[in-house]
Design a protein around this ligand. Structure first.
Ligand code: PLP
Length: 233
C-alpha cells in the first residue's frame, strides 16, 4: 500500500519534471517560454489522483470518454473553477450535447456530421467551445480523423460554411512510426488555413512535437504513471 503522501509527492514531482522538460524543449527550439500548453491526460485516474495535480497548479486536463469525465469532473470543477477540460477521444453524436456542456475544448472534430451537430448545439445551448480538427495523418483505418487529402475541404467547410470556432489541428501519429513527419504534416496543413494551435505530442514524443511547433502536448503516463485500466468508448 503506497502512502498518500508518497503518492502526492510522486505526482507533483512528475508534474514539475514534465514542466521543466517542456520549458527546456521550448528553449532548445528557440520558442518563447510558455508557448506550449500542457494538457494533463487524466483518463482512467480517479479524482483522488487528479486532485494533487490540481493542487500543484495544473489547470488544463484531457479526458477521452464523455461518460467518465461526466462522473469525475463536475465536482472537481466546482473546487477548481478555472480548470480547462479538453475532450481528446472520439465523440459520438448522441453524446455531443453532454460534451458541449462539460468540456471547454473539443479536440476531436473528425467528420461532417459531427461538425453540423456541434454547430446546432452551440446555437441551442448558447455556448461556443474551441475546436481542434483531428487529422488522421497516418491514414490508419482504425483511427479517427480526417484524411490529409480531405483536410483542406473539411477545414473550409467547418470555418466558412458552419462558422465553427476552429482554433487548430490535432493528431495521433501511428504508434510504430517516427512521429516527426506526422507532426510536420499537421503543421503544414494548419499553416495553409491560418490555424495557430497544434495539439501534438504525447509522453513518448512531446519533445519532438515541441521542436516541430506543438502548442499543446497531451501527457498522461509522464504525469500519472502507467494506466492500469483500459477505457474505450
Ligand atoms: C491517452 C492519450 C494521450 C496520453 O498518452 P500518454 O502516452 O499516456 O501520454 C494523449 N492523447 C490521446 C488522444 C490519448 O488518448
Amino acid at each position: 500500500m503506497v502512502s498518500l503522501y508518497s503518492r502526492i509527492f510522486t505526482l507533483t514531482t512528475a508534474l514539475e519534471t514534465v514542466l521543466e522538460k517542456i520549458a527546456a524543449a521550448e528553449k532548445a527550439a528557440g520558442r518563447p517560454p510558455s508557448s506550449v500548453r500542457l494538457v494533463a491526460v487524466s483518463k482512467t485516474h480517479d479524482a483522488d489522483v487528479i486532485t494533487p495535480v490540481l493542487q500543484a497548479g495544473q489547470r488544463r486536463f484531457g479526458e477521452n470518454r464523455v461518460q467518465e469525465a461526466a462522473a469525475k469532473w463536475p465536482a472537481l470543477k466546482d473546487r477548481f473553477p478555472d480548470t480547462e477540460l479538453h475532450l481528446i477521444g472520439p465523440l459520438q453524436s448522441n453524446k455531443a450535447r453532454q460534451a458541449v456542456r462539460l468540456f471547454d475544448v473539443i479536440e476531436t472534430l473528425d467528420r461532417p456530421k459531427l461538425a453540423r451537430t456541434l454547430a446546432r448545439l452551440f446555437e441551442e445551448e448558447g455556448i461556443r467551445r474551441d475546436l481542434f480538427i483531428q487529422i488522421n495523418t497516418g491514414e490508419e483505418a482504425q483511427k479517427a480523423g480526417i484524411a490529409p487529402r480531405e483536410a483542406d475541404d473539411f477545414i473550409a467547410f467547418c470555418k466558412e460554411e458552419l462558422n465553427l470556432p476552429v482554433v487548430g489541428l490535432m493528431c495521433i501519429p501511428p504508434a510504430d512510426e517516427d512521429p516527426a513527419p506526422h507532426f510536420a504534416l499537421l503543421k503544414k496543413i494548419a499553416a495553409r488555413h491560418g490555424l495557430k494551435e497544434l495539439s501534438m505530442g504525447m509522453s513518448n514524443d512531446y519533445e519532438t512535437a515541441i521542436a516541430l511547433g506543438a502548442t499543446h502536448v497531451r501527457l498522461g503516463t509522464a504525469i500519472f504513471g502507467q494506466r492500469f485500466r483500459v477505457n474505450c468508448e
